[in-house]
Design a protein around this ligand. Sequence first.
Ligand SMILES: Nc1ncnc2c1ncn2[C@@H]1O[C@H](COP(=O)(O)OP(=O)(O)OP(=O)(O)O)[C@@H](O)[C@H]1O
Ligand SMILES: [Mg+2]
Length: 385
Amino acid sequence: MSNFLAPKDSSSSSKSVATSSTNAGAKDISNNSRSRPWVEKWRPEKVEDVSHQDEVVRTLKVSIQAGNLPHLLFHGSPGTGKTTTILAVARALYGPELYKSRILELNASDERGISVIREKVKSFAQGSVGNQRTPGYPCPKFKLIILDEADTMTADAQSALRRVMEAYSRVTRFCLICNYVTRVIEPLASRCAKFRFRPLPVHSMIERITFIGNQEKVNLAPGALDTILSASGGDMRKAVTFLQTSHQLACSSSNITDMTSTSKNAMVTSEMVVDVAGQVPVTVMDELWKKMTGTAFEGMQYAVDKIIAEGYPMSAILSQLHDDTLKKSTISDVNKSLICEKLACADLALADGANEALQLLDVAAYMMRRLKGQTNLVDRLVAAH
Ligand SMILES: Nc1ncnc2c1ncn2[C@@H]1O[C@H](COP(=O)(O)OP(=O)(O)OP(=O)(O)O)[C@@H](O)[C@H]1O
Ligand SMILES: [Mg+2]
């Protein structure tokens, strides 16, 4: 369902990379940093450089200045800055020297059962903090335990954490991070100050992607930025990755090995972004729509077979059908809602392992009937109830 819930803002404008002076975090591009993934290379290091999450940033800056922090719970969609923010908070609290010794970071790659809470977390939490200080940093007298992807912790582990959080709150603060806040048990959530990280809106994404594009000397053709934004759906990690991959694709297709000169670099086109993002090209979707609004079932079936044979990801096709349906003024509101429901059911069926070709054919046949204003007996019975 995530595809259907992902916010989209179509108000973005076509523009090539322009200079952005407001972006903080500019760094010299050193030789050895060139090979790093851009998501890591351009991960904001200061809390104030985190785009868009204004309330979170404002509140945390007050906490940093006071040198005090409640237990925290960050939740929200992927790639919106949760991990980045807590790492920046830890850096601002302890400074680069103490930072490593004062935090314990556990993520989904670590064991998440009750034994880890009893041993690793508890023993780190109960240890006292030394008197070392780094000049210029608050260096509060508590340690920080970051439990990233906390929604993957077992219920037992979460229950065990309640007591640990209370018992050692004098010397330890916890930061739980998750995508789905409902998967964190309520007693744990109620011990924390909750911060929701919103998907990034178009203007914040444009600002950040433009900034990174300038620093990395990317040539963006008109429309390419729009495609990056629509393909990433508010996920900054995806947007930065698409920018880097399409830049590499553009340079490699023009046999350019030195990718650090704007004048020499090949142009990143919208088609290249579509390619690296695994999206379905507009021409292919247009063809499918044409067949679905036509009268011949065979024509529609041929278009579906062609899409499946090309190997486009079904999640992208359903997501694009969903967006196109909502945009089309010729489709009535009732039909829009019924089509969206059908798309959601297909998405669920696919998640349960259904056959892609059959699901797409089913969806397309249903849409064909809807678009022609026809309903079959089953539709009528469903509508009657
Ligand atoms: N608000 C933001 N401002 C600037 N860059 C961001 C922001 N959010 C994400 N990014 C970029 O995306 C990358 C991934 O961000 P981060 O790891 O903080 O996401 P997350 O919210 O923890 O995602 P997940 O839920 O998948 O763990 C960062 O390295 C950074 O380059
Ligand atoms: Mg994260």
